[in-house]
Design a protein around this ligand. Structure first.
Ligand code: F6R
Length: 590
């Protein structure tokens, strides 16, 4: 949801910034721009489209600059609406991520005072507010942000002073500390090439950076913040020979499972679940793929521990008043920055709930809101469609379920053993993907499809459909298998294939009946089942078989196969797989 970057040091600023923006492109990719300080003036380059190159002569040797990659909120993608935005004199350049809620009234006031605006964005008012305030750049920025309502990460430069001023409120921003150079960015992959030492800025922080160091103030008061080492390498953020990040990230799944297990299990599960002491229920709040992980978690945790679990869309959570003071509210968010999830957790905390976060990103905003954090260990995910992070969430939720269960030690050990075999089984799916590729060629011809599943396979169907629609642009709906006859049957027929996720548990026979109903309405049926399921071949047109696992791990193996299906279907259609249209990876606006 917009990526922002700032650089001050000894390298050519525009090269560092473009490099960093390319690594942030997953956050927004409709337009981009760079501003550098060249002598006593600003040089700017802005344009619609994917991040390209800038001729070196355009920006020369400048060593101070800022950049932005945009995901449009206010005003359509255009050269003019691209950031950086300037004041009237072209002396102050601003990049911004977030939304200024009171920008219209501020803009009206500024216009009455004679300020002229060129863009439709909310960001442009920040440059004019800074211009209006006297004193040092730092003081002018501080006064400007004090009247803003909403969320922002803002980075400002001016040729008047050799420094960067950057502020954060409810939008992510990190400071990168190099040797004789400093960076600010929306996310760590942007700067990993240069440094792995970062400061996670907090809401209310303003940092002033010069060549010799930096000073952070929180709401005007000087504060010290820890420099932390990012445990990710540059290689994690590269395609490493794969055609797309998504494919690379699916192939990283075995390692991700190993690492997520290693983080919480030795001989036994060492996860600290003291967060669950005395609670009456668990309430999961999440969005998109993370919501689907939550639904899987509900099935497993209720079954294993008997603790009631509710799952709520984070974006709807604040609109009802179910009591939650004795609940453990669990935010699942791989990025740790999703605004809807953060707002839901803040409200829950305000109402007295205990908060647990399950996230993939160290130092992310959700870790500040939460009382307890469980980290998944998926490494950075660059492809916009969540894949390996979803699997890591499922592994973490299985561990929570097992730890909360009353199972005897021997049973627990059996599950741990099974879990440790998962990476090998996933490798088998990855090695034997020909059948999935074959099916994807057939599915790519359709405009609509249904995904169905029962019980624990139902959220797998939801997630399979989400993956398919977001990267192949084929309309795909996920449904409980029993629900199709309550309306969606009207859509069935030869032109609407049905993808069935089926598990050999108590839902098996009834799902077979549902398949027969679907076949009777002429829909082609594609089943995803396990290798021991011989029966299914009699009922469906195509069957993909995954390795046999204990049923609580079935969502993990089935989901990897469905991720590959979405990937290859989108590839047949020639879609922009890593950057699907209109989407952004980290959705930092509500
Ligand atoms: C889909 C996808 C999104 C995210 C959702 C929540 O592939 O990636 O649906 O799952 O935006 O993101 P996080 O987990 O970062 O809160």
């Amino acid at each position: 949801m917009c990526g922002i970057v700032g650089y001050i040091g000894y390298r050519k600023a525009h090269m560092v910034i473009i490099n960093a923006l390319k690594r942030l492109e997953y956050r927004g990719y409709d337009s981009w721009g760079v501003a550098v300080v060249q002598g006593n003036k600003l040089d700017i380059h802005k344009q619609v489209g994917a991040i390209g190159e800038i001729e070196s002569q355009e920006f020369g040797e400048a060593t101070l600059g800022i950049g932005h990659t945009r995901w449009a909120t206010h005003g359509k993608p255009s050269d003019v609406n691209a950031h950086p935005h300037l004041d009237c004199n072209g002396n102050i350049a601003v990049v911004h991520n977030g939304i200024i809620e009171n920008y219209l009234s501020l803009k009206n006031d500024l216009m009455k005072e004679g300020h002229k605006f060129v863009s439709e964005t909310d960001t442009e008012i920040i440059a004019h507010l800074i211009e209006k305030n006297n004193g040092s750049l730092e003081n002018a920025v501080f006064s400007a942000i004090s009247v803003l309502k909403g969320s922002y990460a803002v980075v400002v430069i001016s040729p008047d002073e050799r420094k960067i001023v950057a502020c954060r409120n409810k939008s992510p921003l990190i400071l990168g500390v190099g040797d004789g150079e400093f960076f600010v960015a929306s996310d760590t992959p942007a700067i990993l090439e240069y440094t792995n030492r970062v400061v996670y800025l907090e809401d209310g922080d303003t940092v002033v950076i010069t060549d010799s160091g930096y000073e952070i103030k929180n709401n005007g008061i000087k504060v010290e913040r820890m420099v932390e080492l990012v445990p990710w390498s540059l290689d994690d953020a590269e395609k490493s020979g794969y055609e797309h990040f998504m494919l690379k990230e699916i192939h990283e799944t075995p390692r991700v499972i190993e690492e997520t297990i290693a983080g919480h299990v030795s001989d036994t599960i060492e996860l600290d679940v003291s967060f669950a002491a005395g609670i009456s229920e668990l309430v999961f709040v999440a969005c998109g793929t993370s919501l689907h992980a939550a639904i899987v978690g509900k099935y497993i945790i209720e079954e294993m521990s008997g603790i009631p679990v509710r799952v709520e869309y984070a974006s709807e959570f604040n609109y009802h008043t179910t009591p939650i003071s004795r609940s453990l509210v669990v935010g699942i968010t791989q990025s740790g920055e999703t605004a809807d999830t953060l707002e839901a957790l803040r409200k829950a905390k305000g109402n007295g709930a205990r908060i647990l976060a399950i996230t993939n990103v160290l130092g992310s905003s959700v870790t500040r809101v939460a009382d307890y954090v469980i980290y998944t260990r998926a490494g950075p995910e660059i492809g916009v469609a969540a894949t390996k992070t979803f699997i890591a969430q499922l592994v973490a939720l299985c561990l929570v379920a097992l730890k909360l269960s009353m199972l005897p030690r021997s049973e627990l050990e059996r599950f741990i053993l099974e879990m440790r075999l998962l990476p090998e089984k996933i490798r088998k799916i990855l090695d034997e993907k020909e059948k999935i590729k074959e099916i994807s060629e057939i599915l790519a011809e359709f405009d609509n499809m249904m995904y169905i599943g029962r019980g624990i396979a139902f959220p797998v169907a939801l997630e399979g459909a989400l993956k398919m629609k977001e990267i192949s642009y084929i309309h795909a709906e996920g449904y409980p298998a029993g629900e199709l006859k309550h309306g969606p049957f009207a859509l069935l027929g030869e032109k609407t294939p049905v993808i069935v996720c089926i598990i050999r548990d108590e839902t098996y026979d009834i799902t077979l009946s549902n398949i027969k109903e679907v076949k009777a309405r002429d829909s082609p049926v594609f089943a995803f089942s396990d290798e021991k399921d011989r029966e299914i071949d009699k009922y469906v047109d195509y069957a993909v078989k995954t390795p046999e696992v204990d049923r609580i791990f079935a969502p993990i193996v089935l989901s990897v196969a469905l991720q590959l299906l979405a990937y290859y279907t989108a590839r047949v259609k020639g879609c922009e797989i890593d950057k699907p249209r209109h989407l952004a990876k980290s959705v930092t606006v509500e």
